[in-house]
Ligand binder design. Structure first.
Ligand SMILES: Nc1nc2c(ncn2[C@@H]2O[C@H](COP(=O)(O)OP(=O)(O)O)[C@@H](O)[C@H]2O)c(=O)[nH]1
Ligand SMILES: [Mg+2]
Length: 204
């Protein structure tokens, strides 16, 4: 008999324009777009990865950012996640320095108490790089995560992001599929209700 399928939710966070949606598109084999299309809706894509002794289904959530006031609506982070991919742009220092706020946001609004973090420095194909690998690794060390240099444009290390986070989640056992994956489902003992969270705006 096959063991029960494991399911884990992973959220992509980071400032607007760092390449979250591009990373997701590249991962799913869609053509790279040079045109910036602001993500408006939360997008969820699913993939199966072989880690450990059984497949793990990753539900990957892309989130929109707000380029004007650098806010995010907690609605996009209202469900518990097991992993977070925190993405910055290696050509933009501000997106690197903002990482700690994203970690805090994930832990506050979507934290299952033990979220696995992978930090991604995207756009390494660009010549004008201002955040180096050491800075990325330092950040990862601070939050017990892993750092990966990535180019969505050149499909460099994109697969590694999801394989790495799946392996990190799997070490902890992941979750069996019962009870999660239902967007409109009832909250468990999570103290804040969906409705309350929907209208919250977090200033970063
Ligand atoms: N040079 C380069 N540009 C990228 C890369 N990834 C994304 N971009 C560009 O950065 C812009 C914002 O990307 P997008 O994925 O929409 O960012 P998001 O707001 O974080 O979802 C777009 O113009 C992309 O073409 C990359 O790896 N290299
Ligand atoms: Mg986007």
């Amino acid at each position: 008999m096959l063991p029960p399928k494991k399911v884990a939710k992973v959220v992509l966070v980071g400032e607007s324009g760092v390449g979250k949606s591009s990373i997701l598109s590249t991962y799913f084999g869609e053509p790279f777009s040079h045109v910036y299309v602001q993500t408006r809706e939360r997008e969820i894509k699913t993939t199966m990865l072989n880690v450990g002794r059984q497949p793990l289904e990753l539900q990957i959530w892309d989130t929109p950012g707000n380029p004007h006031c650098r806010t995010i609506t907690a609605a996009y982070l209202r469900e518990e996640v097991q992993g977070a991919v925190c993405i910055f742009d290696v050509t933009r220092d501000d997106t690197y320095y903002n990482m700690q706020h994203w970690v805090a946001t994930v832990n506050t609004y979507a934290g299952s108490g033990n979220v696995k973090f992978v930090f991604v420095g995207n756009k390494v194909d660009q010549k004008e790089r201002s955040v180096n690998i050491e800075s990325g690794e330092q950040l990862a060390k601070q939050y017990n995560g892993i750092y990966i240099d990535v180019s969505a444009r050149q499909n460099h290390n994109v697969n590694m992001i999801f394989q790495t986070i799946a392996e990190r989640i799997d070490i902890e056992g992941g979750q069996e599929n019962a009870g999660i994956g239902d967007e409109n489902g009832q909250e468990g003992d999570n103290s804040m209700k969906n409705e309350d969270r929907r209208f919250q705006c977090i200033f970063l």
